[in-house]
Design a protein. Sequence first.
Length: 272
Amino acid sequence: MRMSPGTYFGSQLQQRKTGGVYLTACRYEPNTVLPRHTHELPGFFLLVSGHHREINEHGELEQPVSQLLYHQQERPHKTFVGPGGMIGLNIAFDLDWLGSLELSAPPRDGLVLGRPRARQISTKLTARIQAGSPSELEDSALELLDLIYLCPRAEETRLPTWLRAVRAAIDTRFQESISLASLAREVAVHPVYLARAFRRFYGITLTDYLQQARVANAHRLILEGMAIGDAAIESGFCDQAYLSRIVRRKFDLKPSELNWFRSSKRQSLAAN
């Protein structure tokens, strides 16, 4: 049986398609056997909870919770769901999108990624099924791909000039619709390599750095008296709701607390 993009045996809980990435969260019933099948697109299966055992051409595999199992397109496998059922996140990659990034599907399926970095990225993708922007989802997917692809370029030992240029571009153009892929084209490096190099030299992902710049600018505008919705648009967010989600997720603040910052600033200025 051949599964088309975004189609899975489990009951769909959430689904998001953006650019070249399909994200589908599914619940699978206890003590069921998913018949031998293939997927039209390559991708990962993240086991969120439950028990998952797979049989593929390489043998039999028990997948641990919070680890990733890679499936190449058109490679057959059979799945056994344990007595407690399971919940999983399916992450599929469009072939044309991979081709635009000068990537091909990794050659071997059955690869399990259980390193902390893989779990962090998977958790981020799970949270962004509903709240993430298209560029955030694709950038997180690129970070995930970075864990299994060999970089097509030698690693620099010192901070490269082109990476300084990328950071400067974010600092000055954060209000614009920019992404990891577009910045990579500007400095003529591979997007996967840019994701790796930025995190390596600056200790933060490019997407998170861009968000921090936008939040900082929105915060400044709100303190100066601008309405939250206008500050969000001026800072590069698509709307006030998206800014609120980012602030709540990253800084554990409620939208009303942004207004509190503004009113507190006004009271402080009036007192002086």
